[in-house]
Design a protein around this ligand. Structure first.
Ligand code: AMP
Length: 209
């Protein structure tokens, strides 16, 4: 199954994607994770995108589309994938349509007030990139991610100033994709408000997995 996870920052796309890829046995392709790994490795790509990402702005379409085209061309993505955080602009959606036919787009529906609350409490694992939310529980050991033992940190773009910019960017450049995909009859709305386990349950019901 070829799926796109669409929604505002903090809506739980990454959290659900990590569980859904196990059920669907497809790769999880998160452009945000790819960029953060490049930044951590101080690669040419990482050095190019760090300031843009820290400021909450979007990386340019050409760079981002090239990364995704490459990832979708790999053997493990032949039978499907979950694209998390891509496309984020109409340009990217048009480019994607040129090299892959998406089956469905999951729209993570979450009001702005909840987005702010979610991003403020998000912690990310430095080792495996998983997200953890202080709203939905506590790690067994403070500051340490239960699953892999990595250090939990607050992403630079989860800080106050960047959050406002990311929401603005989402409204202006990404939210138009909701109508774009609805018109193509690909959109499936999911209420992203409940706890992650319930969002996973709705996903399973929707897709029979
Ligand atoms: P995410 O982890 O999906 O919230 O992405 C973190 C940051 O990476 C975003 O705020 C952007 O700066 C950048 N990014 C991720 N995906 C894209 C994309 N599809 N287009 C442009 N920039 C992106």
């Amino acid at each position: 199954m070829k799926l796109v996870f669409l929604g505002p920052p903090g809506a739980g796309k990454g959290t659900l994607a990590v569980k859904a890829v196990v059920l669907l046995t497809v790769p999880h392709i998160s452009t945000g994770n790819i960029f953060r790994a490049a930044i951590a490795a101080k690669s040419e790509l990482g050095l190019k995108v760090k300031a843009i990402i820290d400021a909450g702005k979007l990386v340019d379409d050409e760079t981002t589309v090239a990364l995704v085209k490459d990832a979708l061309g790999r053997e493990d993505a032949r039978n499907g994938y979950i694209l998390d955080g891509f496309p984020r602009t109409i340009f990217q959606a048009e480019a994607l349509a040129g090299f892959s036919a998406v089956d469905n787009v999951i729209n993570f529906d979450l009001p702005d007030a909840s987005v702010l609350e979610r991003l403020g409490g998000r912690r990310t694992c430095r080792t495996c990139g998983a997200n953890f939310h202080i709203l939905f529980g506590k790690p067994k050991q403070d500051g340490v991610w239960d699953s892999c033992g990595g250090e939990l940190y607050i992403r630079d773009d989860d800080r106050k100033e960047a959050i406002a910019e990311r929401l603005e960017v989402y409204r202006e450049q990404t939210a138009p994709l909701i109508d774009y995909y609805r018109k193509k009859r690909l959109l499936v709305d999911v209420d992203a408000g409940p706890a992650p386990e319930q969002v996973l349950e709705s996903f399973r019901k929707n897709f029979g997995v």
